[in-house]
Ligand binder design. Structure first.
Ligand code: DHE
Length: 508
């Protein structure tokens, strides 16, 4: 059984203190308190603006930080400070936000509870959608990271039904309830947002941590689990109004605490499975199966099962039955297959470098099931036979890739070339011959990445990953261009049907 929420704050220890400011040099701490703290929060933890801590800013380059402080960020509440701060002050501030704070910040149950807001209690909004579409299961959500918005599209007409602001820097796939009515978003800063698609309204929000990786929703749609890097916790919520059920401190059998790389729902097992970055264990948390509709879930209803893993495992891919997990060993030590029923390693996979297992997909090839995964540091897609985990082939690509996608009804698998000089290319792989049959360059110089199919696998959307980007709509069979839909740096797209049915061509 999980212990009731324990907090790690006091145990986390100190980080390297910031260097004292030189005489006459601008004092970024003072500048921050005067100009920034009101939005970005005391201790840089975030408020209406994002948290300004090095780990939360890992995707922002120093020069971008300078220009955001100086010139502001269009379409957000971040104003330009060029009139108020001189160049040296802007520079000092930009450097300082990338410096670890003197004391590692904490986020405990009191903080979680204080952040919790319910705009529309569960069941208080009408059950009939406020818009008309042919098929509610064929909707798409598109995350636009350029100005932190989300668009809702009709998957038949591809008309935009709504566009609404999101928390800063959503990451990972939004997770739908099984009926597709509600969706939960997770932000890098730890915010979990519940959105009612039928009413086009945010219904509840809560901040689960300071630096969060992703969220998962139980197969029955009743629980949401958040995975944090900081603090070292998993946080469990009641999905109805995002009420806190428990904070689970992640501490290994050896006494070390660990960041959580990601948490996944494993529907056939009625459990959440967590990948732990710093301890060689896999955690499984079973949700209660027999709770009546109106019953309040209690901490004791959830069972934590720790499995000792043969290595530090990061980033998971699961077989369709959720018996086996494929994990990447820490530090590029290859991949391995772990049997969660027998709690033992059953195979090593020849995966050097950094496979992106979370982006893996599967399909049938000559009567056997294969899985394919791209690599973040190598121009290669690796294909394995899942019956005996033998290598089928490595498909050479034009550079390291991030995302793969296909659909049961599509003959093709798509992989981008996210990194390196050829990031504007996207490969189309024939799922039977395992050969690249087409390489598209939709917009020379601009990253083309992340594909999502409509529920039937007939039409697909591809992101042109740019502030002035767009979604390219293509015929999934002929690859003919059908439309371009302007979007602000569209990243992931998520079709309700494909996601709620755990379609084989999509990441889970
Ligand atoms: Fe992601 C999913 C980890 C960087 C965009 N990313 C995921 C998931 C994990 C993960 C574990 C699956 C969680 C889920 O969907 O619930 N991502 C990581 C990293 O470790 C990495 C390499 C480094 C990091 O900073 O965290 C990383 N990811 C990025 C980016 O830089 C991307 C391109 C832009 C961004 O928004 O930060 C990015 N990651 C995405 C997207 C998904 C994702 C769009 C969902 C893909 C899907 O189709 O489901």
């Amino acid at each position: 059984m999980i212990r009731p929420a324990l907090l790690l704050g006091g145990l986390l220890g100190l980080l390297v203190p910031a260097l004292p400011a030189l005489a006459d040099a601008p004092d970024p701490n003072m500048i921050y308190n005067r100009h920034c703290a009101i939005c970005h929060g005391v201790s840089r933890l975030g408020g209406t603006g994002p948290a300004l801590l090095p780990d939360n800013l890992s995707r922002l380059k120093h020069d971008e930080a300078v220009s955001v402080i100086r010139d502001g960020r269009p379409a957000t509440q971040m104003p330009a400070y060029r009139e108020l701060l001189d160049e040296a002050e802007v520079e000092a501030l930009a450097q300082w936000i990338f410096t670890p704070p003197e004391h590692e910040p904490t986020w405990d149950d009191a903080d979680i509870l204080a952040s919790h807001e319910v705009a529309h209690p569960h069941g208080s909004l009408p059950d009939t959608p406020v818009f008309e579409v042919e098929d509610l299961q064929n909707l798409f959500l598109v995350v636009e990271i350029g100005d932190h918005h989300v668009s809702l599209l009709d998957g038949d007409t591809f008309e935009r039904i709504s566009r609404f602001p999101s928390r800063y820097a959503l990451h990972g796939g939004p997770k739908y309830t099984p009926d597709g009515r509600y969706v939960f978003f997770g932000s890098r800063d730890g915010w979990v947002t519940k959105y009612d698609i039928y009413n086009l309204e945010v219904t509840a929000e809560v901040r689960a941590g300071i630096n969060m990786r992703n969220i998962a929703v139980s197969a029955d749609g009743r629980y949401v689990m958040a995975a944090n890097y900081l603090p070292h916790t998993l946080v469990l919520f009641d999905a109805r109004d995002l009420e806190l059920i428990a904070t689970i401190p992640v501490e290994g059998l050896n006494g070390d605490t660990s960041r959580v790389s990601a948490v996944y729902a494993a529907p056939p097992r009625n459990s959440f499975v967590a990948a732990l970055k710093d301890i060689p264990e896999v955690w499984e948390i079973r949700w209660p199966e027999d709770l009546a509709e109106g019953d309040e879930p209690l901490v004791g209803d959830f069972a934590l099962h720790r499995m000792e893993a043969p290595d530090y495992l990061d980033d998971f891919f699961f077989d369709m039955e959720y018996r086996y997990l494929v994990g990447a060993a820490r530090g590029g030590g290859g991949g391995l297959v772990f049997d969660m029923d027998e709690e033992r390693k059953v195979a090593d996979l020849p995966l050097e470098g950094m496979p992106h297992l979370g982006a893996g997909i599967t399909w049938e090839l000559d009567g056997r099931r294969v899985m394919a995964i791209p690599h973040i540091d190598k121009g290669q897609v690796s294909v394995f036979d899942m019956s005996d985990w033998s290598l089928v082939t490595h498909i050479e690509t034009d550079g390291p890739g991030f995302f793969m996608r296909s659909h049961e009804n599509s003959p093709y698998a798509w992989v981008d070339v996210f990194f390196g000089p050829h990031h504007d290319r996207i490969h189309v792989i024939d799922k039977q011959t395992l050969e690249i049959v087409e390489t598209l360059i939709p917009e020379p110089g601009k990253t083309a990445a992340h594909v999502e199919f409509d529920r039937r696998g007939e039409t697909l959307l591809l992101s042109i990953w740019d502030d002035d980007g767009y979604l390219l709509k293509l015929d999934a069979n002929t690859l003919e261009e059908l439309d371009r839909m302007p979007m602000r740096k569209p990243s992931g797209k998520y079709n309700v049907w494909n996601k709620t049915r755990y379609e084989e061509g999509t990441s889970h």
